[in-house]
Every structure is written in C-alpha cells, then in structure tokens.
Design a protein. Structure first.
Length: 204
C-alpha cells in the first residue's frame, strides 16, 4: 500500500500547486498503477495453491504487468494510459482478497476487506462529482468545486478508516495468542528478578 500512499501525497502536492505542476499528477498515476499491481501480487502470494507455487505466479504476474505498463507508455502520450490497468489490477486484488479470506480467515479482518471494497464507492462518487463539476457547473475540474471535492474525498476517508480499524482489531486479537505461543517466559517477562549472591547456589 506504500505506492498508493505516495500517489495520494503527490495528488495533494499537485492541488497545492494550483494544478500547475503536471509531473506531480503524472507521478501519482504511475504510483497508483504500481500500487494496484503490488496489491494484486502480494495477495496472490497469500493463496494456498496445490500444484503451482504462488510465488512463481506472483512473479509472472508482476513481470507481465510491468511489461504491459511499459508498452502502454511507449505507444500512448501520458501516464493516464496506465489507469485502466491499475483499475483492472485492483479489481483482481479485491477478488483474490475474498479467496484469501475464505482460505485463512485470520489474515484479514472483515472490516479491512470492507474498506478495500468501499474504495469502489469512492471511485463512483468521484466520477459522479466530476461530471457535475465539469458538465453542469462548467468548471475546469473537480478540484475547483470545494463542496463536491470534499464530499467525494470523504468517501476515501471512510475507506481508509475501515482498513486501519480492521488492521488494529486484528493486531489486538493477535497479541494474546502470540504471548501464549511464546510460553511462560513471555507471560512472566514483567515479573521481578531476584539476584542471588555470587557464592549461593540456586540448587539447595
């Protein structure tokens, strides 16, 4: 998810520049594509496949995705050509996420899965808000309509909150289990230590 975080920071920087620094927007599109492809490959690594190691499938998918991205950059003008591939990779990630959750329910919280799927609601809301801002109000972009822009971005905040809340709950549930597996030494780590004299044996 780190490439998606970088993509979000680049978009914020692009808006902060008054939508004038174009390379920030192009960089955001590139990181979005890499982030969606990385999520798809990482989820594929978590699958339990009998005949073919999932690592080989993830590596092949990564190479195929990067090759497709480079080919699109060769024939297209601008990094916006990568967005269809990013959307397709993210949809594949969502489907594999459900498969992984069915195989190993303890890996992901249902809250996080709902958060990843809720991102589709944000995309739909952003598209609708963009059409209202550009077609009905005649503005250059959605960024020029503060109310619509803020309303659509709030949907992204909901998605991020669900993902983070699910990860928090999963980590809270994992702590007691890890302490039990570690044995009594982990549970008694906070017990006071009694120092014996150097000439006194611990065995009577």
């Amino acid at each position: 998810m780190l490439p998606h975080l970088v993509a979000g920071l680049l978009v914020l920087s692009f808006h902060a520049s008054g939508d004038r620094v174009q390379w920030l927007l192009e960089g955001s599109r590139l990181m979005t594509f890499l982030g969606s492809l990385s999520l798809l490959c990482a989820t594929l690594l978590m699958l339990r496949i009998r005949r073919i190691p999932s690592a080989w499938l993830a590596l092949a998918l990564l190479i195929l995705g990067l090759t497709w991205g480079l080919s699109r950059l060769w024939v297209a003008d601008g990094l916006s050509a990568l967005l269809p591939g990013a959307n397709l990779a993210y949809l594949g990630f969502l489907v594999l996420l459900l498969v992984v959750h069915r195989q190993s329910p303890s890996l992901f919280s249902p809250w996080s899965i709902a958060g990843f799927w809720f991102l589709l609601v944000f995309v739909a809301g952003a598209i609708a808000a963009t059409r209202v801002a550009t077609l009905q109000r005649g503005l250059p972009s959605l960024a020029h309509a503060d109310a619509l822009h803020g309303a659509s971005e709030s949907l992204l905040s909901v998605s991020n909150f669900l993902i983070a809340f699910g990860a928090y709950r999963r980590l809270r549930l994992a702590k007691p289990q890890s302490a039990i597996k570690a044995g009594p030494s982990a549970l008694d780590a906070s017990a006071p230590v009694i120092d014996l004299p150097s000439n006194q044996s611990t065995i009577p």
